[in-house]
Design a binder for this molecule. Structure first.
Ligand code: PMP
Length: 391
């Protein structure tokens, strides 16, 4: 395939630092898009830890739910949810984890019991977040097992349903699918932030998982948090963390505490000349990227993208649609391997099969650095070029 830049490609500006034949990796949702905002913020979030600080294992022995949660992180998590209005924190225990990935393991441990006759089935509606399968299958736990697509679950037994909303990969708002007595719901709300989707209510589910990775883009700090209604469940999650890693890095917690507080303090002002509202900045950037992507995909006449409803966002006060962190692209006429097609055009994506659905889909990260996004658009336009030439 030709590697030249398509002359018709929109937005073919800022790609000068990458060689034209670079393979762009949009398989992971690595949130480097946000670097430009944080660079602009300069030293606002810089914080220093001295050699004698934070030596102890313990952060807050008085906290009955989670003794290794830094009080500053607890405060800024509450401040941020309060400012955005996406989740209720009053009456909830907060458990911090090494990413929400570790919290997922902790939840599964906390809501199952070794006294049960069988392993508890864990399901999620396809297309589901591909890592759930890996997390569940890595160590064959005696407590629980991956049981696949929630749409197909028909056993009359206790179960756990993972509800991802907005969904990874498809970006849609979802509720539980199985809805039966004896089921435990775990809401993975990694993307329930205003840059990705309209905030339509302040959620109050029993177990809600969030992560700094997707909220502010600080994936490298590895901080996630769970809001848990039942303190006994929170305590068991804490026990899991105690045994597996004896808590969570204080450096990471304090850094994320600082960042969340900076976001919370500035996120109620819109249109300020400083441009320091993180969600406003991110939402504008994602909106722009989605416009460019939709225009490009339309021109190819080969792919489709999901449509998202217009909804009132309680946080911004606007009526908007979703601008998810991933594009869930479908090849129109059915295709054996859309991932391969993209790979031939030097775009690494994740194919539909890994999400429990058809290989005619690919998931493409929308939160990459600007240079990579621009290359994605250039290369998608070239797929169109080939189509037109080859018929
Ligand atoms: N849940 C969902 C739906 C995700 O997309 C991700 C990250 N891709 C995670 C959880 C885990 O995020 P982390 O471990 O970085 O907090």
């Amino acid at each position: 395939h030709a590697n030249g830049r398509s002359p018709a490609a929109p937005n073919s500006g800022d790609t000068k630092n990458l060689p034209l034949d670079t393979l762009i990796n949009l398989d992971h949702g690595d949130p480097r898009m946000y670097e430009s905002f944080w660079r602009k913020m300069g030293d606002e979030c810089t914080f220093v830890i001295k050699g004698y600080e934070s030596l102890s294992y313990f952060s807050n022995p008085k906290n009955p739910a989670c003794w290794f949660l830094e009080p500053k992180l607890e405060d800024s998590i509450k401040a941020l949810h309060g400012a955005v209005g996406n989740a209720v924190t009053d009456g909830y225990s907060i458990v911090v984890g090494t990413g929400s990935s570790q919290l997922l393991h902790a939840v599964l441990y906390a809501v199952t019991s070794p006294d049960q006759p069988n392993q508890t089935s864990v399901v999620a509606a396809a297309p589901y977040y591909s890592s759930y399968v890996e997390i569940l299958n890595l160590v064959r736990s005696g407590l629980y097992k991956w049981d696949g697509d929630a749409h197909e679950f028909d056993k009359d037994e206790p179960y756990i349903e993972l509800v991802t909303s907005p969904n990874n990969p498809s970006g849609v708002i979802r509720g539980p699918v199985v809805s039966r007595d004896g089921g435990i719901l775990v809401h993975d709300l990694a993307y329930y932030w205003p840059q990705y989707t309209p905030i339509t209510s302040s959620l109050e589910f029993d177990i809600m998982l969030f992560t700094a990775s997707k909220c502010t883009g600080h994936a490298g700090s590895r901080i996630g948090w769970a809001l848990v209604k039942d303190i006994e469940v929170a305590k068991k999650m804490t026990k899991f963390m105690e045994v597996s890693t004896i808590g969570v890095s204080k450096e990471s917690q304090l850094r994320v505490a600082k960042i969340l507080q900076v976001v919370a303090d500035r996120c109620k002002r819109f249109g300020s000349p400083e441009g320091d509202n993180f969600f406003e900045f991110s939402k504008n950037l994602l909106t722009k990227r989605w416009e460019i992507l939709r225009e490009t995909v339309k021109k190819t006449q080969m792919f489709t993208l999901p449509k998202y409803p217009l909804q009132h966002c309680n946080y911004t006060g606007d009526v908007t649609q979703a601008h998810p962190a991933f594009a869930w692209i479908k090849y129109k006429d059915g295709m054996d391997d859309c991932e391969m097609l993209f790979k031939e055009h030097k775009i690494l994506t994740r194919g539909g099969k890994k999400f429990g659905t058809d290989p005619g889909f690919v998931r493409v990260s929308m939160v990459s650095r600007e240079e990579e996004f621009n290359l994605l658009i250039d290369r998608l336009s070239m797929i169109q070029g080939l189509n037109n030439v080859d018929g």
